[in-house]
Every structure is written in C-alpha cells, then in structure tokens.
Design a protein around this ligand. Structure first.
Ligand code: NAP
Ligand code: 8YV
Length: 316
C-alpha cells in the first residue's frame, strides 16, 4: 500500500515548476486560490496534522500564522522580508530560504543596470529606432574605469557584484554593519559610502531594520554626478526622495530592479528619462529559478526525513 502523502500548504503562486513538483510529492493546498472564508475553513481542517508550508520569500499569507501545528515555512527566495519573524518566533516555526544559488544572476543584473545607466543603453536604443541617429550623435556617457562602486550590503550577492565590477576596473567600497576581512574600502555609514562613491548599488536585505534607510541625505551625499542602482529591496529606499533627486538632477541616474510597492511603479519614475526600470528580474533565469526551487524541495524533504534543514534562515 502506498504511504499517505504529507499535507503541505502552498501560500502563493511563486514558481509553477516547483509547485508542480510539490504537488506530486505532497497533499497540497493552494492557499492563494481560495477566498478568505475558504482559507479559514481549510486551515481549520488542516490544524493538528499539517506541519509544513511553502511560500514566496518576499510575501506570504499571514493566515499561515493561525495554524498552531505549523513547524516550518520553506521560502522561495533569499530575502525573507515577507516573513513576520515575531510570529514565527512566537510559534516556533522554522524558516528556510534559497541563499547562494542566485548570486550570479542578481550580480549580472546589477552590472547590466550600471552599464545601461552609464552608457545610456535605453535612450540609445530608442535613438536608433526613432531614426534620430541621422540627425546627430547621442549625448556622451560616463566611463567606468577608475571610478568607485560603493556596495551597500557586501554579502553573497554583493561579493559577486564586486568580482564582476573589478573586471570593469572599478574600485570597490562598501558599507555593512561589520567590517569584513577584505581589501575593499570600508565606509562607516551609508552616507559616507555615497560621498565616497560614483555609483552605489544597494543589496541590503529588506525588513524593518532597513526600511527607508536610503533617504534624502543619502542622495545628497551621492551628488549630481552619482548613479544609484537598486537590486536589494525597494522598501529600503525613500522612493519620494529618490524621485525628487532624479527630477532635480541632484543625482545623475538610477537603475532599479525593485520598488516599494511591487508591482506598482510610481508614475513619476516612469516619466523620467534618467532612470532604467526592470520588473524585479534579478534571479529570473530558468537555471536560477530551478536551483531555487530545488532548495525549497530539498528543505522540505530533509525536514520530513529527519527534521533537519538544508538552508535554515535565522532571524538574528
Ligand atoms: P547576505 O549575504 O546576507 O548579505 C547582506 C549583507 O548586508 C550582509 O553582508 C550584511 O552585513 C549587510 N547588512 C544587513 N543588514 C544591514 C544593515 N542594517 N546595515 C548595513 N548592512 C547590513 O544576503 P544576500 O544573499 O547577498 O542577499 C541580499 C539581498 O538581496 C536579499 O536580502 C534580497 O533582499 C535581495 N535580493 C534581490 C533579488 C532581486 O531579484 N533583485 C534577488 C535576490 C536577493 P552585516 O551583517 O555585517 O551588516
Ligand atoms: C525573488 C528575490 O525570489 O530571492 C529574493 O530575495 O527577491 C528574488 O529572487 C524572485 O523575484 C521571485 O519572483
């Protein structure tokens, strides 16, 4: 006789191929397809015997925290700002994420944004398509060699950005809460990093500790020739201050993959020609998303085998 499949709640529709694989191994509930009343009824039915959930890392369904029997949430994504750690700590729920496997893909996007901004790729493409080339040249861009790239959050992804940036002859500076054992220039604060850099890339995690940490004073320090790149989280930026700095050319340009209220992007940003806008595609390659899904699947398999986790996330 075949063993009964374990129940598993899937909170949101994060990656179809991973969800398909989970559907094959578990008795899954697709929570996001239910209305609020149906969700509550289903959770009441699962209470006592459902111990695991899978979820996007950047957002989840808070109703998960009403399931007293829940022991683990396996997240798809490395940035776990969608999880309420007050609730998971209170309920002794363990959390996993997907570190490491997306570093290259996100670092590639950061470098792409740096070049798109400094060499005006988007404007240049429109310039050719609209037939403007015949009328005269595009305004000049800015060289990278010899300039300084400041990295806000020199962790796994930040290190891969630094590795690539050195190939472009950029000098590297960084700000973390703690000094790292590396040769890059350490800046004690984000404003010091901005003052010291020609380009700053934000790779800080989201969550309450970094909410709007990049504010008007940070953009003032970056200055009129400075470029801001964000592949971390939109919530870390005071978006109104960023729009103001771009509109008034108190910074030169920005390249953004992430926003405060995704998938919403402020109209004021869309109207500007000195900003490059991407729809949160840092990890969006087939290979990377498969590797992230494999970690979600691996964490759950390991938990059900012997209660161990492959990539547990500890909130402090
Ligand atoms: P990580 O290895 O943990 O690196 C984060 C770095 O930030 C650490 O070195 C940490 O150093 C520093 N840091 C954390 N809080 C800080 C604070 N309050 N002030 C200053 N420095 C702080 O994380 P990762 O794997 O590189 O991922 C970083 C973030 O990238 C994720 O959390 C996620 O938000 C974002 N992300 C975006 C995409 C995308 O698609 N755009 C994809 C993946 C990840 P200290 O502890 O010494 O401060
Ligand atoms: C998302 C991310 O998971 O890992 C993170 O923290 O932000 C991304 O990799 C991805 O956008 C999924 O849609």
């Amino acid at each position: 006789m075949q063993a009964r499949k374990q129940p598993l709640i899937i909170a949101n529709n994060f990656h179809p191929a991973t969800i398909e694989a989970l559907d094959a191994s578990y008795e899954t509930t697709h929570l996001w397809t239910l209305d609020e009343a149906e969700k509550k009824a289903k959770l009441a039915e699962l209470e006592g015997h459902c111990v695991a959930a899978a979820s996007a890392s950047w957002a989840t369904d808070p109703l998960l925290y009403t399931l007293d029997s829940l022991q683990v949430i396996a997240c798809f994504g490395v940035g776990v700002d969608g999880i309420d750690f007050t609730e998971t700590d209170r309920l002794n729920i363990r959390v996993t994420n997907t570190p490491g496997v997306l570093d290259d893909a996100v670092a590639d996007i950061a470098l792409g944004l740096i070049i798109a901004c400094s060499r005006k790729f988007i404007r240049a493409d429109a310039f050719v398509r609209k037939g403007q080339w015949k009328k005269g040249p595009l305004p000049l861009g800015q060289s990278l060699a010899g300039k300084t790239l400041g990295i806000a959050g020199l962790g796994r992804i930040g290190q891969e950005i630094a590795n690539r940036a050195m190939g472009f002859k950029l000098n590297i500076a960084y700000h973390n809460r703690r000094l790292k054992d590396c040769d890059y220039t350490y800046c004690e604060s984000l404003n010091e990093l901005a003052s010291h850099s020609d380009i700053v890339v934000n790779v800080l995690p989201g969550g309450p500790a970094t909410r709007k940490i990049l504010d008007a004073s940070f953009f003032d320090c970056l200055g009129a020739e400075g470029t801001f790149i964000n592949v971390g989280r939109g919530q870390s930026v005071d978006e109104a201050a960023l729009v103001h700095a771009l509109q008034n050319r108190t910074i030169a340009a920005a390249g953004l993959d992430v926003y405060d209220q995704e998938p919403g992007v402020p109209e004021a940003l869309i109207a500007l020609d000195n900003v490059v806008l991407l729809p949160h595609i840092g990890s969006a390659t087939g290979e990377t998303r498969t590797a992230m899904g494999d970690l979600v699947i691996g964490n759950l398999a390991s938990f059900f085998a012997d209660q161990t986790l492959v990539t547990e996330f500890f909130s402090s």
